[in-house]
Write a protein that binds this ligand. Structure first.
Ligand SMILES: Nc1ncnc2c1ncn2[C@@H]1O[C@H](COP(=O)(O)OP(=O)(O)OP(=O)(O)O)[C@@H](O)[C@H]1O
Ligand SMILES: [Mg+2]
Length: 242
């Protein structure tokens, strides 16, 4: 295969299926950080460009969605700069590009956070895809539209009633612990998360001792919900400080 052929394949290749995710991530882990850099210098430049957009190759294992089927909420907890927003954005990108979800909710602390962080931020939905898969933002409808028709509607936790009337097959909630009307916004979101065979959501947040996060984590007297997957990154934080 010539370098030109490879470029053509890279540009026209369909979004990777989730079946490739564990193997690509395993290759990445096996290479380790220092070897990865050296290995990349041996590859043809167009293949390196292709790999740039292959999230499983760069992600830490805790940044990839659980591989087992039995989860509804994926809880990604971490400190400042841990890669939480990137994790949420990459999950949404994968669902939208593969068509696994097409009615997605993006919920942030404010509309501005949704726009500036989740969409236009350095780790946001506009920054991470290949050019031909970049969604467009329709400001008047507060939504992102992907080239294949998948949409992501923006919501602010300051306006929980705004979630009423919508239905989703996937949702991404960022910085849940900072939401002002967290209980109402969360419960309205849950009521709308009902489209398709397997609606699912990711929550990316720096933990704070809110009642809602304790409930989701099933700690401090709250019954644990088997459908909540607490990411590895979150394990040591099971005891949220009082
Ligand atoms: N696995 C990774 N490999 C390389 N870069 C990464 C990885 N994960 C995240 N990043 C990058 O690290 C930076 C911080 O990531 P991100 O914004 O997702 O962190 P965060 O936890 O949401 O931060 P904050 O606490 O400020 O909200 C971004 O530039 C992001 O693209
Ligand atoms: Mg963030």
């Amino acid at each position: 295969m010539t370098s030109q052929d490879r470029t053509a394949t890279a540009n026209t290749a369909p979004p990777r299926s989730s079946a490739c995710v564990p193997s690509l991530n395993a290759v990445s882990i096996a290479l380790r950080k220092t070897w990865k850099k050296k290995w990349l210098t041996l590859l043809p430049p167009d293949l390196v460009v292709h790999l740039t957009h292959e999230w499983p190759f760069w992600a830490r294992p805790d940044q990839l969605a659980p591989q087992h089927e039995d989860w509804f909420t994926w809880l990604v907890l971490g400190g400042r700069g841990a890669g939480k927003t990137r994790t949420g954005a990459e999950w949404v990108r994968g669902l939208a590009e593969t068509g696994a979800a097409s009615r997605i909710a993006l919920v942030g602390e404010t509309y501005q956070d949704v726009r500036e962080v989740m969409i236009d931020g350095e780790s946001g939905l506009m920054a991470i895809p290949r050019a031909k898969w970049r969604p467009s933002y329709e400001a008047s409808r507060r939504r992102l539209v992907w080239p294949n028709g998948a949409t992501a509607q923006c919501f602010s936790a300051e306006d929980p009633e705004g979630l009423r009337g919508y239905q989703f097959d996937a949702a991404w909630s960022d910085e849940l612990c900072k939401w002002r009307y967290a209980d109402t916004a969360w419960s309205n979101l849950q009521l709308g998360l009902r489209l398709g065979d397997r609606p699912r959501q990711v929550v990316t947040t720096t933990p704070r001792p809110t009642v809602l996060i304790k409930r989701l984590m099933g700690c401090q007297g709250h019954e644990s919900d088997p459908r909540v997957h607490l990411g590895e990154q979150g394990e040591p934080r099971r005891d949220v400080p009082q």
